[in-house]
Design a protein. Structure first.
Length: 574
């Protein structure tokens, strides 16, 4: 019987992947209608529909369901899940606690997946950011370098030793025979295991024609232990490979755990494109670094014999190993408990001398932190003089010491500050082309530029026009030598404090906007934003202040070529 909702009395019956069964009663709740809707959502979360696959976990959800029904009933709510409103749910979830909010959000989402109809915006709220941030969501810091090196060294040593023993065993098997004929030697045991596959001690004794008791009394169990350890990879070796693979590649733990052989795509002899699934997002892929490729090659060779002796479903798993020596059971899952036992077994200690706490997500964080610093490792830029502190290096090599150097640095900073202030000023757009309106509407501009009546008349009348605007003073030297005509390109006027835009400039502004559009199509995004980004944003601010009817009329004069724009040859678009 699959997992389902029982109507009379209301409850949920669960059948888990291991065959166990559990029942949860929901019939004593004050709002049966809401309880049934949330029960439908709970079923969507439980095996085989969802990932919840244990009675204890379902019990937590059932208690959260009951709590939600009671709280809303006390507030006078008597409808179903479809009658819930955003404000009502937001109030309930903001009250917490964290686990109650997380579980009831999942119940509401499950109800929607089951075909239930929710109110406007309720599903978006349920799937959105939680109000109560869970404490365990804080990012783990990278491992200290000493711990990082210690963990990597232990993994590398175990991988190299186990792989060397495996290769030596495969070589020795070529001259071995059946133990019943050639004797109970480790080599002969390996010969038999290479043909029968992983089997337990009683089955191996039966293959030799003796009982398990006789096999153990004659020392066969010890030799079988040595043979199985060298022929097939076991849990300890598997953990070392996976931790080292995370150290080299930086893939998320759930992505490493669920890898299959089909996810490994060879793009040559030394390049691998690995496809994996990140649990919180979706499918991703990574071009593996060279150390990870070499490790993957070694693992595939190490597990090739075992892979050839198991059935098809297990053969497709990338991480294939035996869970225990002398037992034919394969590794199903490498959980945190198994990893911590491995840490204690191989003496991996932290900075405090205690067994190191291995968080596989923290391995990923450390990988990225180390990669960001790898560009400085061994470089003369990292340490100009190893006998100097960073403060001394800064004082000696980065501080401007001469008056000329200080003046140059201060000039650069002043120019940058002026540029920021210039971008912050709103564009000056004339809505009515007459001098009186300019003097009345823009007194700050008139005062800043020192304009007299004649200059205002020239500005408004078009005598001071450049391509995209009217210029307050072309000889001011903002973008070139003072007293010389301004050499700036047409788009630079968009951010110039001397520019005054009038409706007569609309056509040229639209031509320039079309030019930006053509450049966007042919330039990389990062390059475009560095060269034209601020001006493309500014031109929209200017055009927003124009009359839409005037812009429509001006658009008819614009062609989609560069012929109407004063450009240099290298600035033309294709």
């Amino acid at each position: 019987m699959p997992t389902m909702v029982v109507e009379e009395p209301l409850g949920v019956v669960c059948v888990f992947s291991d065959g166990s069964r559990a029942e949860f009663a929901l019939d004593a709740l004050p709002n049966p209608r809401l309880a049934r809707d949330l029960a439908l959502g709970l079923v969507e979360l439980i095996h085989p529909h969802g990932s919840v696959d244990a009675a204890g976990s379902v019990g937590h959800y059932a208690r959260s369901l009951s709590r939600m029904v009671h709280v809303l009933a006390q507030q006078g709510f008597s409808g179903g899940a479809g009658d819930l409103r955003r404000g009502q749910l937001a109030q309930f979830w903001m009250a917490g606690p964290t686990h109650l909010e997380a579980m009831t959000r999942s119940l509401v989402e499950g109800f929607a997946r089951a075909g239930g109809v929710l109110g406007t915006g309720v599903l978006e709220l349920a799937a959105g950011r939680h109000f109560n941030i869970q404490p365990n969501r804080q990012p783990l810091p990278p491992y200290p370098e000493a711990e990082w090196e210690r963990l990597g060294a232990v993994c590398r040593a175990l991988v190299e030793e186990s792989y060397a023993a495996h290769r030596k065993t495969l070589t020795s098997v070529a001259g071995a025979r059946h133990p019943a004929e050639g004797g109970w030697t480790v080599e002969n045991f390996c010969w038999l295991l290479a043909r029968t596959g992983p089997i337990g001690t009683p089955d191996f004794a039966r293959a030799l024609g003796v009982t398990a008791a006789v096999f153990r009394n004659r020392g066969g169990a010890v030799r079988l232990y040595q043979a199985m350890t060298s022929v097939f990879p076991h849990l300890d070796t598997l953990i070392a490979y996976r931790l080292l693979f995370g150290i080299y590649s930086g893939i998320v733990p759930d992505g490493i755990a669920d890898l299959g052989v089909g996810d490994v795509e060879w793009a040559g002899d030394c390049t691998v494109l690995l496809s994996y699934v990140k649990g919180r997002t979706a499918a991703e892929s990574l071009n593996l670094p060279r150390p990870a490729v070499r490790l993957l090659e070694r693992w595939l060779a190490h597990s090739a014999l075992l892979r050839s002796l198991v059935t098809a479903p297990e053969r497709d798993k990338l991480w294939l190993g035996l869970s225990q020596v002398g037992n034919a059971r394969l590794v199903r899952e490498v959980d945190r408990v198994a990893v911590q036992r491995w840490v204690r077994r191989f003496g991996v200690a932290g900075e405090d001398g205690q067994p190191m706490k291995v968080h596989r997500a923290r391995i990923r964080t450390t990988h990225h932190a180390m990669r960001e610093r790898s560009g400085w490792s061994g470089s003369a830029r990292a340490t100009i003089d190893p006998n100097h502190t960073p403060a001394v290096e800064g004082d000696h090599y980065l501080t401007a010491t001469t008056p000329a150097q200080r003046h140059a640095v201060e000039t650069i900073m002043e120019d940058a500050q002026h540029d920021i202030l210039r971008r912050a000023h709103p564009p000056t757009v004339i809505t009515e082309e007459d001098a009186a309106a300019l003097a009345e509407d823009y007194p700050q501009l008139v005062a800043r530029l020192g304009l007299d009546d004649a200059a205002i008349a020239e500005l408004v009348g078009g005598e001071r026009d450049v391509f995209t605007a009217a210029c307050g003073d072309q000889l001011s030297g903002l973008h070139g030598p003072a007293g010389k005509p301004c050499p700036a390109r047409p788009w630079v006027c968009l951010l110039c404090p001397l520019a005054v835009f009038a409706p007569r400039h609309a056509a040229n502004l639209l031509r320039l906007k079309a030019f930006f559009s053509r450049q966007w199509q042919q330039m990389p995004a990062a390059h475009f934003m560095a060269v034209f980004g601020p001006y493309a944003a500014r031109i929209d601010q200017v055009l927003e202040r124009f009359d839409p009817a005037g812009l429509t009329a001006a658009a008819a004069e614009v062609s989609h070529t560069d012929e109407q724009i004063p450009l240099r040859p290298e600035e033309h678009t294709a």
